[in-house]
Every structure is written in C-alpha cells, then in structure tokens.
Design a protein around this ligand. Structure first.
Ligand code: SAH
Length: 352
C-alpha cells in the first residue's frame, strides 16, 4: 500500500476518535493516546506501554506523531527565549517563551509562515505569506517548548494572522483544550488579530478563546495606512464585531496599541481611543514601537508613553504598558521573521 500515514497531531480529539473507531477501537483509547502524545510528549508508539503490542503495531503502520526540528534557541538577557523551528518542508517559524513577573511563562506561537497582512510597521509581513501552518505545526510549537519548560499561557501573536488560517487554528485550540491532553483552559489562551471581521464573528461561534485586536490607530485614515486590512474592514465594522464577540462575565477584549512617535501617540489619539472603546469590555496594551532596520517609525519618549497611559487610566480604561521582551534577540512584537540568514553558521554554537 502506498497510502500515506496519518499524523495524529493533525487530528482534533473528535477526529482521533473517528480514526480509532475506523480501526475498531473503543472510545476510551482516545484519552489514552491524547495522554501519551500531548501530556507526556511521547512520539514513539512503541513507548506507549499501556497499549497492547498489536495495537501499537497497527498504529505504527497507519499513523505517525510528528515533531518539529529545533534549529536554534536564543536567550535574551531578560530571560525571553526565541525558538527557531524547521518544518518538514524546510521552512522556518519562530516561537517565543516569555517569563512573567508572576513566575509563569507565556508562549507566543506562530500560525503561518510569513503573513499576508502587510502592516507597514511589522517585519513578519515583509516577505509576504508563504503558507498556512498545519494543525500539527501549530500544536507542536507547544509540544516542543513544553518538553523543556512549563508553558502556562499561550498567545497566538507570533508570525502570521491566525484568523487567516481559521480552520487550522480552531482545530489546534480544540487540541490544546482536550482534557486528557494539554488540558488548557480557554482563559489561558489568547488569539490576536489584525481585524479580519468575518473571521472574528466566525471564531466567536466556533470556539472559546480570549480575543486581542491589534488596533494601533484611532482614525480610518491612519489605520488604512498602517494596516491595509482596514481598507476592507474599517474601524466601525471592527468595533461592531468586538461589541458582539461572546465574552464571559469577567472577560475583556485586549486592544493592542503600538505607540509610534508623532504618528499615534498624542493625547488627541488617546481621547479618540477612549471614545472608540466606549461600551466595550476592553483592556488596552500599550506597546512602545520596537524599532528595526528598514523602518522609519520611531519609539516615543518615555514621558509621552506615560502621558498616554495616564490619560486612559484617568478615564477608567485598564491600560497596561507592555515592556517589549526579547528585543536584543529580535524576539519582540513584530520582529519575528522566521528567516535564518545567518543561522546556518551559528547553528551548533548557539544551541542552549
Ligand atoms: N496578525 C496578528 C498576530 C500577530 S500579533 C495581529 O496582527 O494581531 C503581533 C503584534 O505585534 C501585533 O499586535 C502588532 O501590532 C505588534 N507589532 C508588530 N510590529 C511591531 C513593532 N515593530 N513594535 C511593536 N509591536 C509590533
């Protein structure tokens, strides 16, 4: 038979149950396999010792459990770690592990190779979209990092636009939530979008997840310039979708707002931001722009950022200033490119 094997990591728990049923297996086998594959991180069927020998052999013939190749890990002086993973087709993606003050770790994962959004301030989009990540490639970033470090929270804020790969992202979330596997609570996972409005509405109907919106501007005029997606779904449409996004009683939508010097960092912007978010259960993450080569945008003065933040706080908006982590290793927001131009030579030496 030339039929290719199924990567079990591409299957949602329901699909895994169906697959096993097709092999004549009972439903409880799903939980056993989820436990081995995700909770214990085992990829080798022969090590799944509570499964009958014959069952393990059958699995070996029909299925695989994929993993990613860890090409490189870089450690920042602030404790942030950037993982460069090689995919089966030789393309690269990055994931970033961010230690928080609370002692917990947040993992920032990618959902596409490259990105189609073409936001003018972001480095990831400069090469365009290469392809969507498969379900397995999304969850495997979590698997690989969890083999080494605890991962408490997950943010889909790495390379790519998660809502531009909606089906795979929804399936990956359902795997991350599976009780017998990773068992993440939906409260622990946040998906960030540039504002694909129809997909935001769809997402809310299909799965529970915290929503973050990369807002970055308070007028259509500026947002059209910074984020071309705004020409298709403008601020009014975006805010309407946010208003109808299903939220639990204590849940809020996060609005990420990059502060760029002399572009969107004035009090008039802060004032419009307050108006825009009126009636939405919101919190604002202020991210001073991370400068990078080839970009003319600048970071505002510290005092400007503080004034912007205190304007929001005084109007009862929850506004957090996000220190960008991992700047020294290009792991900060908008700096992921998943290209390893200099990586070939520094491969072995940079392993941590
Ligand atoms: N496409 C999704 C997921 C990527 S999130 C989205 O747009 O939300 C990446 C976050 O980094 C976004 O909030 C974006 O606004 C921010 N970002 C991009 N480039 C940046 C830069 N140079 N400095 C600071 N933040 C940046």
């Amino acid at each position: 038979m030339t039929e290719s094997k199924v990567d079990l990591k591409n299957l949602t728990p329901e699909e895994l149950t169906d697959f096993l049923r097709g092999m004549g297996k009972e439903t409880y086998r799903t939980s056993q396999l989820l436990g081995w594959i995700y909770r214990r991180g085992v990829t080798d069927f022969s090590k799944m010792t509570n499964l009958a020998q014959s069952f393990r052999q059958e699995l070996q013939q029909r299925a695989t459990v994929s993993s990613l190749i860890e090409e490189k890990v870089e450690l920042s002086r602030d404790g942030t770690r950037k993982f460069l993973f090689r995919l089966a087709d030789g393309k690269f993606i990055e994931s970033v592990l961010i230690p928080m003050e609370t002692g917990r770790n947040t993992l920032c994962i990618s959902t596409q190779v490259g990105c189609a959004m073409q936001c003018s301030f972001c480095l990831t989009g400069t090469f365009g979209l290469e392809r969507n990540l498969e379900v397995a490639e999304i969850v495997n970033q979590v698997s690989e990092v969890r083999n080494k470090f605890p991962v408490d929270n997950i943010v889909m804020m790495g390379m790519g636009e998660p809502l531009h790969n909606l089906d795979n992202v929804v399936n990956a979330l359902n795997i991350l939530y599976a009780e017998a596997g990773f068992n993440y609570s939906p409260r622990k996972i946040t998906l960030s979008t540039a504002g694909l409005v129809p997909a935001i509405i769809d997402l809310g109907k299909r799965v529970k997840v915290n929503l973050a919106i990369s807002l970055n501007a308070t007028t259509n005029e500026l947002r059209d310039q910074l984020m071309p997606i705004n020409r298709r779904y403008n601020l009014e449409t975006l805010m309407a979708a946010c208003r109808s996004y299903p939220l639990d009683s204590r849940q809020r939508i996060t609005f990420e707002y990059i502060l760029i010097r002399d572009l969107n960092d004035r009090l008039a912007d802060a004032k419009r931001l307050v108006q825009l978010l009126r009636g939405i259960k919101a919190k604002v993450n202020l991210i001073p722009y991370n400068e990078h080569e080839g970009s003319n945008f600048k970071t505002p003065e510290r005092a400007t950022v503080e004034a912007f933040q205190s304007y929001l706080l005084k109007r009862n908006l929850v506004a957090i200033r996000r220190a960008s982590k991992g700047v020294d290793i290009s792991a900060a927001c908008g700096q992921l490119k998943g290209k390893s131009i200099h990586d070939a030579n520094s491969l072995a030496s940079s392993r941590l």
